[in-house]
Design a protein around this ligand. Sequence first.
Ligand SMILES: [Zn+2]
Length: 441
Amino acid sequence: MNSRIIIPSRIITADRENRILTSHAVEISGGIIKRIFPASDIIGNSAEYYNDLVMIPGFIQTHIHLCQTLFRGIADDLELLDWLQYRIFPYENAHNKNSLKAAARLGLYELLKSGTTTILDMGTLRHQEIIFEELIHSGIRAFAGKCMMDKNDLFPSFKSSTAGELKQTGELAAEFHNKNEKIRYGFAPRFVLSSSETLLKETAELMKDFRGSVYHTHSSENLNEGRRVEEMFGCGNIEYFERIRILEGKTVLAHCVHVNKNEIDILSKRKVSVAHCPSSNLKLGSGVAPIPEFIKHGITVSLGSDGAACNNNLGQFQEMRLASLMQKPYHGASAMDALTIFRMSNIEGAKALGIDNETGSIEEGKKADLVLVDLNRYSSPLPEGENLYSDLVFSADAGAVKNVMVGGEWLVRNGEVSGYDEKEIIVSGRSELQSLLRRVE
Ligand SMILES: [Zn+2]
């Protein structure tokens, strides 16, 4: 069996004790972390030494739209409902297999290059199999699913029938859930305004046939969206979900910016996780999610960069930095410290997806989902001033990422992503976007 020993300068484990190990080796075999032990115990010279690099768990992003990567920079300065109506729905509606492939490739390349090893992707209405093929090609760990929409007042041609959505989703889940050890299904009705009650409820039923899958939707992102939900159902978005009983399985809700006290209790009682998307919430002018309140109530909060059309980056470093900074004016400078944020970027994401027993931290028995970062440029020059969490959350950026491993396999080495030709994916992305824009009426 393929086995290797890696020795970085430090190992930031994100385990229960938040141990940071120096002069330790990580032995990996069969994609699993077999042993973490003092480097002085190594016999022979078979180890890989990375004296200047710090090992961290791979980033886990629990809200991504790979299909939107081509739309970076052409959907700026709009609030959510206008952004969907005038940009995103027409653009997603114009995707064909080639443009979707180009979008997914660009997105996955950027995610891997910046240290993300697991994602939860929302997919799009059509050609979802292309996204699965690209996920498998990339080697990333992923939960993904067809974005389901059976109503759409904002852009009526971009939807399908309720029965059609459920049938296709069932077929895709049967084909791709556990396709290999990295790929699982994420059931994805888009949001209340594009999903009928039947669709939301039947999806929750369907999910029960696929153990280890998750339910993934948007909720309570924007005030105008919230008003429409209130007009339709006389309650908040999460109260509505609770009323129709769709929060009982493993659920990840993206955003949760505008929620009332009762809804916070519902999230806590139902063990629903929140995928916090700081850049997206700020860029679309949506607001600031009450993350410290969620954490106080024991709600799992993880991070996501959302899509390139509302961020406009897919890296986790910006999300970590913003997730901390955006709360400080409201909750004081000590709120959302670097360690809390760092854990949101890895182990809390694993908890949200129900895979914290297999990834999210560097511990014996877990999958080898690891990143080697160069923090020398960002660190305090004084050895006793070392604060690696601060370096990671407030100073570092994607340029710090050197090597990325998923399931024991190096997918990025010295900043080079295997299986991708950077120039080729950029050129084909541009040309696919031009054709796509010609297809938009
Ligand atoms: Zn989203």
